[in-house]
Design a protein around this ligand. Structure first.
Ligand SMILES: *[C@@H]1O[C@H](CO)[C@@H](O)[C@H](O)[C@H]1NC(C)=O
Ligand SMILES: *[C@@H]1O[C@H](CO)[C@@H](O)[C@H](O)[C@H]1NC(C)=O
Ligand SMILES: *[C@@H]1O[C@H](CO)[C@@H](O)[C@H](O)[C@H]1NC(C)=O
Ligand SMILES: *[C@@H]1O[C@H](CO)[C@@H](O)[C@H](O)[C@H]1NC(C)=O
Ligand SMILES: *[C@@H]1O[C@H](CO)[C@@H](O)[C@H](O)[C@H]1NC(C)=O
Ligand SMILES: *[C@@H]1O[C@H](CO)[C@@H](O)[C@H](O)[C@H]1NC(C)=O
Ligand SMILES: *[C@@H]1O[C@H](CO)[C@@H](O)[C@H](O)[C@H]1NC(C)=O
Length: 368
């Protein structure tokens, strides 16, 4: 009898241990994740913008063809996007829900798990977006929505916000609009880039002011390599070594060190501010150079999987590739699920080659 009781107790203890172990394993690395930026990380905010144009939404087939239930959710991807995949690395199921999908009463409760504020077509400048999309949820509005939600949460939330991850991926649309729609007045590229970085800095300061401390920032990629931009570069006879539109790529290459130095300065000025900066230019080059990474053998680098990369875009009647894991681009502007998955892995675990000064895993583990 004593033996049996002992055995039962042992089994119970093992079960409890197992529960504790699983409980720990399932606990995300940060309490919540807040996402800001453009279509690379939008999970459906634009669905709720009545005046946003069709090509600035992704809530129709063939978007989501590899998403659970083949749902077109508003993600500009065949499956998950970068926000989802980074969230998954952190231990969440996917990105937190789009802010604009939440009824007012749901906003404060959802703050404890995270919210996604990103909007396709938006940029670092609030003037970026309306010309292309008519309506976007601009970065100022994204940040204001976050800070006002933090205020409404009242006291006792500083700890939650400071331990949470702020994930920002934006800037590409500013570069697209600057190079695709040149104005007649001569422009100074350096001043333009400085204005983008100044805007980044002031938005990050507002987030810091609301209590945020952990920032994962992604620099704009070689956006001239998007299928849509390769065509423009070809027409303008302005191509780089990769056959990409040189002008926007030249801007992204200059922007990375500017962002690096801005973030260094902020971390010096703002006590407790920590960050991880992803070098998208370097990561894009790695793939464009033909490097085969674990689980990532991209053999089609210049054409999208869905559509022809031209103005028609990706929709229910556009052509669809079969082997989506071998395509770098899903449509004329956005990476495939497979490509953003590799990118998320780098942001999370890169040992210091393309992510500085620490990776997102290290950032998440910091205890302020
Ligand atoms: C940014 O968004 C806010 C809120 O929707 C809007 O009032 C403002 O006009 C927008 N800014 C620009 C430059 O479009
Ligand atoms: C927060 O705390 C401060 C001082 O501790 C107090 O004055 C203020 O009313 C509190 N605000 C809320 C929303 O509870
Ligand atoms: C630029 O110049 C062209 C031709 O001179 C003119 O038609 C167009 O309206 C100008 N655009 C702007 C933004 O000034
Ligand atoms: C562009 O702007 C920068 C910064 O204001 C300035 O140093 C530079 O001289 C300008 N370049 C030209 C060609 O005007
Ligand atoms: C890609 O190849 C070019 C040319 O060989 C080289 O300059 C560059 O450093 C490479 N980039 C990466 C990230 O490997
Ligand atoms: C990558 O894919 C190509 C085309 O399918 C294949 O020929 C090549 O062997 C693959 N490379 C690796 C390292 O798997
Ligand atoms: C759908 O996409 C195809 C290919 O990009 C394009 O030719 C067609 O015009 C698009 N249809 C609509 C309704 O936008």
């Amino acid at each position: 009898m004593a033996n049996r009781r002992g055995a039962v107790a042992l089994v119970a203890a093992v079960c409890l241990l197992e529960l504790a172990r699983r409980g720990l394993a399932e606990e995300p690395a940060v309490p919540a994740m807040f996402v800001f930026g453009d279509s690379t990380v939008d999970v459906g905010n634009n669905n709720y913008l009545a005046n946003s144009k069709q090509n600035c939404k992704a809530n129709y087939p063939r978007y989501g063809v590899d998403y659970p239930f083949q749902s077109p959710t508003g993600r500009f991807s065949n499956g998950y996007n970068l926000a989802d995949q980074l969230a998954q690395k952190l231990g969440f199921d996917k990105s937190p829900p789009p802010y604009l999908s939440l009824p007012d009463v749901a906003i404060i409760p959802q703050m404890s798990k995270g919210i996604n504020f990103a909007s396709g077509g938006s940029g670092l400048l609030d003037s970026t977006g309306p010309a292309v999309c008519t309506q976007v949820f601009n970065l100022t509005a994204q940040v204001q929505s976050f800070t006002s939600a933090v205020q409404k949460m009242g006291n006792g939330t500083a700890d939650l916000i400071s331990r949470s991850l702020i994930f920002v991926n934006t800037g590409s649309n500013d570069l697209f609009e600057y190079t695709d729609f040149p104005s007649n007045t001569t422009r100074n590229d350096t001043e333009f880039l400085q204005s983008l970085v100044a805007s980044y800095k002031s938005q990050l300061k507002l987030l810091y002011g609301a209590g945020a401390r952990k920032f994962s920032v992604v620099s704009p990629s070689l956006v001239g390599c998007c299928p849509s931009q390769r065509g423009i570069g070809h027409d303008k006879n302005d191509l780089d070594r990769y056959g990409c539109f040189r002008a926007p790529n030249f801007l992204s290459r200059q922007m990375y060190p500017m962002l690096d130095s801005m973030l260094r300065g902020l971390a010096t000025d703002l006590p407790g501010m920590r960050y991880s900066l992803g070098d998208s230019v370097g990561m894009a080059e790695l793939v464009l150079n033909g490097t085969v990474l674990p689980g990532a053998n991209f053999t089609v680098l210049d054409r999208p999987c869905c559509g022809d990369g031209g103005a028609g875009g990706c929709n229910g009647t556009a052509t669809l590739c079969q082997d989506r894991g071998s395509y770098l681009f899903w449509d004329g502007f956005h990476p495939t699920d497979a490509a953003s998955s590799v990118f998320a892995r780098e942001l999370f675990a890169d040992p210091g080659v393309f992510v500085h000064p620490i990776n997102v895993h290290e950032l998440a583990e910091l205890r302020p």
